[in-house]
Write a protein that binds this ligand. Structure first.
Ligand code: IPM
Ligand code: MN
Length: 348
Protein backbone atom coordinates (compact mmCIF):
# COMPACT_ATOMS: atom_id res chain seq x y z
CA UNK A 1 0.00 0.00 0.00
CA UNK A 2 1.64 3.20 -1.17
CA UNK A 3 1.07 6.30 0.91
CA UNK A 4 0.88 9.35 -1.32
CA UNK A 5 0.68 12.95 -0.13
CA UNK A 6 -1.22 15.15 -2.56
CA UNK A 7 -0.74 18.91 -2.64
CA UNK A 8 -3.08 20.25 -5.36
CA UNK A 9 -1.94 23.84 -4.66
CA UNK A 10 -2.98 26.93 -6.55
CA UNK A 11 -4.61 28.00 -9.79
CA UNK A 12 -5.02 25.12 -12.21
CA UNK A 13 -3.06 22.79 -9.89
CA UNK A 14 -6.18 21.12 -8.43
CA UNK A 15 -7.70 20.55 -11.91
CA UNK A 16 -4.67 18.81 -13.33
CA UNK A 17 -4.02 16.84 -10.13
CA UNK A 18 -7.57 15.49 -10.33
CA UNK A 19 -6.81 14.11 -13.80
CA UNK A 20 -3.49 12.69 -12.65
CA UNK A 21 -5.28 10.89 -9.82
CA UNK A 22 -7.86 9.56 -12.28
CA UNK A 23 -5.05 7.98 -14.28
CA UNK A 24 -3.37 6.68 -11.10
CA UNK A 25 -6.66 5.00 -10.15
CA UNK A 26 -6.88 3.34 -13.56
CA UNK A 27 -3.28 2.15 -13.27
CA UNK A 28 -3.88 0.79 -9.76
CA UNK A 29 -6.88 -1.23 -10.95
CA UNK A 30 -5.11 -2.52 -14.02
CA UNK A 31 -1.79 -3.37 -12.40
CA UNK A 32 -3.02 -4.41 -8.95
CA UNK A 33 -1.33 -2.00 -6.63
CA UNK A 34 -3.00 -0.19 -3.77
CA UNK A 35 -2.41 3.26 -2.52
CA UNK A 36 -3.88 5.80 -0.17
CA UNK A 37 -3.85 9.56 -0.75
CA UNK A 38 -3.68 12.23 1.93
CA UNK A 39 -4.45 15.72 0.76
CA UNK A 40 -2.74 18.88 2.04
CA UNK A 41 -4.15 22.31 1.19
CA UNK A 42 -0.91 24.31 1.15
CA UNK A 43 -0.75 27.16 -1.30
CA UNK A 44 -1.86 30.72 -1.81
CA UNK A 45 -5.46 30.33 -0.73
CA UNK A 46 -4.54 28.86 2.67
CA UNK A 47 -1.77 31.41 3.17
CA UNK A 48 -4.11 34.32 2.45
CA UNK A 49 -6.76 32.82 4.75
CA UNK A 50 -4.61 31.77 7.71
CA UNK A 51 -1.06 33.01 7.19
CA UNK A 52 0.18 29.40 7.21
CA UNK A 53 2.75 28.55 4.58
CA UNK A 54 4.03 25.08 5.43
CA UNK A 55 3.76 24.24 9.13
CA UNK A 56 6.68 22.27 10.59
CA UNK A 57 4.40 19.37 11.64
CA UNK A 58 3.15 19.01 8.09
CA UNK A 59 6.67 19.03 6.73
CA UNK A 60 7.55 16.24 9.16
CA UNK A 61 4.49 14.28 8.09
CA UNK A 62 5.58 14.55 4.47
CA UNK A 63 8.77 12.65 5.32
CA UNK A 64 6.71 9.53 6.02
CA UNK A 65 5.02 9.15 2.66
CA UNK A 66 6.16 7.01 -0.26
CA UNK A 67 5.72 9.92 -2.66
CA UNK A 68 4.38 13.45 -2.89
CA UNK A 69 2.25 14.59 -5.80
CA UNK A 70 2.14 18.36 -6.31
CA UNK A 71 -0.05 20.43 -8.63
CA UNK A 72 1.28 23.99 -8.67
CA UNK A 73 2.35 26.66 -6.21
CA UNK A 74 1.93 30.38 -6.94
CA UNK A 75 -0.88 32.85 -6.36
CA UNK A 76 -1.29 36.29 -7.98
CA UNK A 77 -2.28 37.90 -4.65
CA UNK A 78 0.84 36.69 -2.82
CA UNK A 79 4.15 38.55 -2.94
CA UNK A 80 6.67 36.81 -5.21
CA UNK A 81 8.84 34.25 -3.47
CA UNK A 82 6.74 33.69 -0.35
CA UNK A 83 5.03 30.49 -1.49
CA UNK A 84 7.83 29.38 -3.82
CA UNK A 85 10.45 29.60 -1.08
CA UNK A 86 8.12 28.68 1.77
CA UNK A 87 6.61 25.58 0.19
CA UNK A 88 8.29 24.30 -2.97
CA UNK A 89 11.90 25.13 -2.17
CA UNK A 90 11.47 24.28 1.52
CA UNK A 91 10.24 20.78 0.68
CA UNK A 92 13.09 20.34 -1.81
CA UNK A 93 15.67 21.41 0.76
CA UNK A 94 14.31 19.86 3.94
CA UNK A 95 13.53 16.48 2.38
CA UNK A 96 16.88 16.63 0.58
CA UNK A 97 15.30 16.11 -2.85
CA UNK A 98 18.68 16.64 -4.40
CA UNK A 99 17.84 15.68 -7.98
CA UNK A 100 15.42 17.57 -10.16
CA UNK A 101 14.78 15.17 -13.00
CA UNK A 102 13.30 16.70 -16.14
CA UNK A 103 12.76 14.51 -19.17
CA UNK A 104 12.58 16.36 -22.50
CA UNK A 105 10.84 14.08 -24.96
CA UNK A 106 8.88 15.03 -28.05
CA UNK A 107 5.98 12.64 -28.57
CA UNK A 108 4.62 11.89 -32.04
CA UNK A 109 1.77 14.25 -32.90
CA UNK A 110 3.05 17.10 -30.73
CA UNK A 111 3.85 20.28 -32.58
CA UNK A 112 7.49 21.27 -32.12
CA UNK A 113 8.62 24.86 -32.62
CA UNK A 114 11.95 23.66 -34.05
CA UNK A 115 12.15 23.35 -37.80
CA UNK A 116 12.73 19.80 -39.10
CA UNK A 117 12.90 18.23 -35.66
CA UNK A 118 10.96 15.03 -35.10
CA UNK A 119 10.46 12.80 -32.05
CA UNK A 120 13.65 10.88 -32.88
CA UNK A 121 15.62 14.11 -32.40
CA UNK A 122 14.28 15.16 -29.03
CA UNK A 123 14.71 12.64 -26.24
CA UNK A 124 17.00 13.59 -23.40
CA UNK A 125 16.87 14.11 -19.65
CA UNK A 126 18.13 17.05 -17.65
CA UNK A 127 19.48 16.16 -14.21
CA UNK A 128 19.30 19.44 -12.34
CA UNK A 129 20.99 19.70 -8.95
CA UNK A 130 18.16 20.69 -6.61
CA UNK A 131 19.48 21.70 -3.17
CA UNK A 132 22.42 24.07 -3.70
CA UNK A 133 23.72 26.91 -5.86
CA UNK A 134 21.96 30.29 -5.89
CA UNK A 135 18.83 28.66 -4.48
CA UNK A 136 20.35 28.29 -1.01
CA UNK A 137 19.55 31.92 -0.29
CA UNK A 138 23.05 32.74 0.93
CA UNK A 139 24.12 36.36 0.79
CA UNK A 140 22.60 39.56 1.96
CA UNK A 141 21.84 43.14 1.34
CA UNK A 142 23.39 46.24 2.83
CA UNK A 143 22.02 49.80 2.79
CA UNK A 144 18.93 48.65 0.96
CA UNK A 145 17.04 51.35 -0.90
CA UNK A 146 19.94 53.80 -0.85
CA UNK A 147 22.28 54.70 -3.70
CA UNK A 148 24.94 52.69 -1.84
CA UNK A 149 22.95 49.49 -1.81
CA UNK A 150 25.01 46.32 -1.99
CA UNK A 151 23.33 43.02 -2.86
CA UNK A 152 25.19 39.73 -2.71
CA UNK A 153 23.63 36.42 -3.70
CA UNK A 154 26.02 33.51 -3.44
CA UNK A 155 26.18 30.23 -5.29
CA UNK A 156 26.91 27.41 -2.85
CA UNK A 157 28.42 24.25 -4.33
CA UNK A 158 29.60 21.44 -2.09
CA UNK A 159 31.84 18.59 -3.11
CA UNK A 160 29.27 16.12 -1.72
CA UNK A 161 26.30 17.81 -3.39
CA UNK A 162 28.00 18.03 -6.76
CA UNK A 163 29.28 14.48 -6.63
CA UNK A 164 25.97 12.81 -5.75
CA UNK A 165 24.23 14.69 -8.54
CA UNK A 166 26.86 13.75 -11.12
CA UNK A 167 26.76 10.10 -10.03
CA UNK A 168 23.00 10.06 -10.45
CA UNK A 169 23.41 11.40 -13.99
CA UNK A 170 25.94 8.71 -14.94
CA UNK A 171 23.76 5.95 -13.48
CA UNK A 172 20.81 7.33 -15.40
CA UNK A 173 22.74 7.41 -18.68
CA UNK A 174 23.71 3.78 -18.08
CA UNK A 175 20.06 2.79 -17.60
CA UNK A 176 18.83 4.64 -20.69
CA UNK A 177 18.67 3.10 -24.09
CA UNK A 178 20.35 5.93 -25.94
CA UNK A 179 23.87 7.21 -26.59
CA UNK A 180 25.32 6.42 -23.14
CA UNK A 181 26.46 9.99 -22.84
CA UNK A 182 26.42 12.59 -20.06
CA UNK A 183 26.96 16.25 -20.89
CA UNK A 184 28.01 18.58 -18.11
CA UNK A 185 26.40 21.98 -18.67
CA UNK A 186 28.22 24.71 -16.76
CA UNK A 187 30.24 27.88 -17.29
CA UNK A 188 33.81 26.90 -16.50
CA UNK A 189 35.26 29.83 -18.44
CA UNK A 190 33.78 32.35 -16.00
CA UNK A 191 32.80 30.56 -12.78
CA UNK A 192 36.33 29.42 -12.19
CA UNK A 193 35.79 28.32 -8.58
CA UNK A 194 32.36 26.75 -8.46
CA UNK A 195 32.31 25.24 -11.92
CA UNK A 196 35.90 24.17 -11.68
CA UNK A 197 34.70 22.01 -8.80
CA UNK A 198 31.92 20.65 -11.00
CA UNK A 199 34.29 19.93 -13.85
CA UNK A 200 36.89 18.16 -11.70
CA UNK A 201 34.30 16.01 -9.98
CA UNK A 202 32.62 15.27 -13.31
CA UNK A 203 35.75 13.89 -14.96
CA UNK A 204 36.76 12.07 -11.79
CA UNK A 205 33.42 10.27 -11.58
CA UNK A 206 33.46 9.67 -15.35
CA UNK A 207 36.54 7.44 -14.90
CA UNK A 208 34.35 4.98 -13.01
CA UNK A 209 31.94 4.83 -15.96
CA UNK A 210 34.11 3.76 -18.85
CA UNK A 211 30.97 2.71 -20.79
CA UNK A 212 29.61 6.27 -20.71
CA UNK A 213 30.91 9.20 -22.76
CA UNK A 214 31.58 12.32 -20.71
CA UNK A 215 30.98 15.52 -22.64
CA UNK A 216 30.99 19.20 -21.73
CA UNK A 217 29.09 22.27 -22.99
CA UNK A 218 28.93 25.79 -21.61
CA UNK A 219 25.41 26.80 -20.63
CA UNK A 220 25.06 29.40 -23.37
CA UNK A 221 26.17 26.90 -26.00
CA UNK A 222 23.84 24.31 -24.45
CA UNK A 223 20.91 26.65 -25.18
CA UNK A 224 22.07 26.95 -28.77
CA UNK A 225 22.49 23.19 -29.25
CA UNK A 226 19.15 22.43 -27.63
CA UNK A 227 17.57 24.40 -30.45
CA UNK A 228 19.91 23.49 -33.28
CA UNK A 229 20.92 19.89 -32.50
CA UNK A 230 18.83 18.53 -29.62
CA UNK A 231 19.62 15.00 -30.86
CA UNK A 232 23.13 15.43 -29.46
CA UNK A 233 21.89 15.12 -25.90
CA UNK A 234 21.20 12.01 -23.86
CA UNK A 235 21.64 13.10 -20.22
CA UNK A 236 22.55 16.67 -19.28
CA UNK A 237 23.76 17.30 -15.74
CA UNK A 238 23.79 20.86 -14.46
CA UNK A 239 23.51 23.26 -11.55
CA UNK A 240 20.26 24.32 -9.93
CA UNK A 241 20.05 27.76 -11.57
CA UNK A 242 21.18 26.73 -15.04
CA UNK A 243 18.90 23.70 -14.80
CA UNK A 244 15.94 25.92 -14.01
CA UNK A 245 16.60 27.99 -17.11
CA UNK A 246 17.44 25.29 -19.63
CA UNK A 247 14.48 23.11 -18.61
CA UNK A 248 12.01 25.82 -19.61
CA UNK A 249 13.71 25.80 -22.99
CA UNK A 250 13.47 22.01 -22.88
CA UNK A 251 9.76 22.20 -22.08
CA UNK A 252 9.01 24.38 -25.06
CA UNK A 253 10.82 22.13 -27.53
CA UNK A 254 8.83 19.13 -26.27
CA UNK A 255 5.53 20.90 -26.83
CA UNK A 256 5.23 23.35 -23.98
CA UNK A 257 4.31 23.54 -20.31
CA UNK A 258 1.25 21.41 -20.96
CA UNK A 259 3.47 18.35 -21.45
CA UNK A 260 6.55 18.86 -19.26
CA UNK A 261 6.76 16.87 -16.02
CA UNK A 262 9.45 16.71 -13.40
CA UNK A 263 10.52 14.78 -10.35
CA UNK A 264 12.23 16.12 -7.24
CA UNK A 265 14.07 13.01 -6.20
CA UNK A 266 15.72 11.73 -3.08
CA UNK A 267 16.90 8.33 -4.30
CA UNK A 268 16.81 6.90 -0.77
CA UNK A 269 13.78 8.74 0.59
CA UNK A 270 10.50 10.31 -0.40
CA UNK A 271 10.32 12.07 -3.79
CA UNK A 272 7.95 14.72 -5.11
CA UNK A 273 6.48 14.85 -8.62
CA UNK A 274 4.97 17.84 -10.37
CA UNK A 275 4.04 19.33 -13.72
CA UNK A 276 6.80 21.92 -14.23
CA UNK A 277 4.56 24.73 -15.46
CA UNK A 278 3.12 27.13 -12.93
CA UNK A 279 -0.36 27.63 -11.54
CA UNK A 280 -1.60 29.42 -14.72
CA UNK A 281 -4.12 31.56 -12.78
CA UNK A 282 -5.80 32.93 -15.89
CA UNK A 283 -6.98 29.46 -16.91
CA UNK A 284 -8.21 28.44 -13.46
CA UNK A 285 -11.55 26.65 -13.34
CA UNK A 286 -12.13 26.76 -17.08
CA UNK A 287 -11.41 23.11 -17.85
CA UNK A 288 -8.99 24.18 -20.61
CA UNK A 289 -5.55 23.47 -19.14
CA UNK A 290 -3.59 20.49 -20.46
CA UNK A 291 -3.31 17.80 -17.76
CA UNK A 292 -0.66 15.78 -19.62
CA UNK A 293 2.25 17.29 -17.67
CA UNK A 294 0.53 16.32 -14.41
CA UNK A 295 -0.20 12.85 -15.77
CA UNK A 296 3.43 12.56 -16.88
CA UNK A 297 4.33 13.37 -13.27
CA UNK A 298 2.20 10.38 -12.20
CA UNK A 299 4.12 8.26 -14.70
CA UNK A 300 7.41 9.38 -13.14
CA UNK A 301 6.04 8.74 -9.65
CA UNK A 302 5.06 5.18 -10.61
CA UNK A 303 8.52 4.55 -12.01
CA UNK A 304 10.13 5.81 -8.81
CA UNK A 305 7.80 3.64 -6.69
CA UNK A 306 8.99 0.62 -8.67
CA UNK A 307 5.76 0.19 -10.67
CA UNK A 308 7.60 0.28 -13.99
CA UNK A 309 4.98 -1.68 -15.94
CA UNK A 310 2.28 0.75 -14.84
CA UNK A 311 4.54 3.71 -15.65
CA UNK A 312 5.14 2.39 -19.16
CA UNK A 313 1.40 1.85 -19.64
CA UNK A 314 0.70 5.44 -18.57
CA UNK A 315 3.27 6.74 -21.04
CA UNK A 316 1.72 4.65 -23.85
CA UNK A 317 -1.73 5.94 -22.90
CA UNK A 318 -0.45 9.52 -23.01
CA UNK A 319 1.04 8.86 -26.46
CA UNK A 320 -2.15 7.38 -27.95
CA UNK A 321 -4.26 10.19 -26.49
CA UNK A 322 -1.96 12.87 -27.87
CA UNK A 323 -2.70 11.56 -31.37
CA UNK A 324 -6.38 12.40 -30.82
CA UNK A 325 -5.73 15.93 -29.55
CA UNK A 326 -5.58 19.03 -31.73
CA UNK A 327 -2.92 20.83 -29.73
CA UNK A 328 -1.02 20.73 -26.44
CA UNK A 329 -1.95 24.34 -25.66
CA UNK A 330 -4.58 25.37 -23.15
CA UNK A 331 -7.96 25.88 -24.78
CA UNK A 332 -6.90 24.41 -28.12
CA UNK A 333 -6.74 20.73 -27.26
CA UNK A 334 -10.08 19.81 -28.85
CA UNK A 335 -11.07 18.37 -25.46
CA UNK A 336 -11.53 19.70 -21.96
CA UNK A 337 -9.02 19.01 -19.17
CA UNK A 338 -11.28 16.31 -17.71
CA UNK A 339 -11.85 14.63 -21.08
CA UNK A 340 -8.10 14.34 -21.72
CA UNK A 341 -7.71 12.75 -18.28
CA UNK A 342 -10.54 10.31 -19.01
CA UNK A 343 -9.11 9.33 -22.40
CA UNK A 344 -5.74 8.58 -20.84
CA UNK A 345 -7.30 6.66 -17.94
CA UNK A 346 -9.33 4.56 -20.40
CA UNK A 347 -6.26 3.92 -22.52
CA UNK A 348 -4.43 2.64 -19.42
C1 IPM B 1 10.75 25.32 -11.21
C2 IPM B 1 10.23 26.66 -10.78
C3 IPM B 1 10.78 27.01 -9.42
C4 IPM B 1 12.29 27.00 -9.50
C5 IPM B 1 10.25 28.32 -8.83
C6 IPM B 1 8.74 28.34 -8.78
C7 IPM B 1 10.82 28.63 -7.48
O1 IPM B 1 10.55 27.63 -11.72
O2 IPM B 1 10.41 24.33 -10.53
O3 IPM B 1 11.48 25.25 -12.19
O4 IPM B 1 12.89 28.03 -9.82
O5 IPM B 1 12.88 25.96 -9.25
MN1 MN C 1 11.62 26.86 -13.44
Amino acid sequence: MYKIAVIPGDGTGPEVVQEGLKVLRAAGTKFNFEYECTEYDFGGARYLRTGDILPDEALNELRHFDAIYLGAIGHPDCPPGVLEKGILLRVRFELDLYINLRPVKLYPGVECPLKNKEPEHIDFVVVRENTEDLYVGAGGVYQKGTPNEVAVQESINTRRGVERCIRYAFDLARSRNKDKKVTLCAKTNVLTYAHDLWQRVFYEVAKEYSDITADYAHVDATCMWMVKNPEWFDVIVTTNMFGDIITDLGAIIQGGMGVAAGGNINPSGVSMFEPIGGSAPKYTGQNVINPIAAIGAVQMMLAQLGEQTAATAVERAIMTTILKMKSMDAGKMGYGTDAVGSLIAEAV
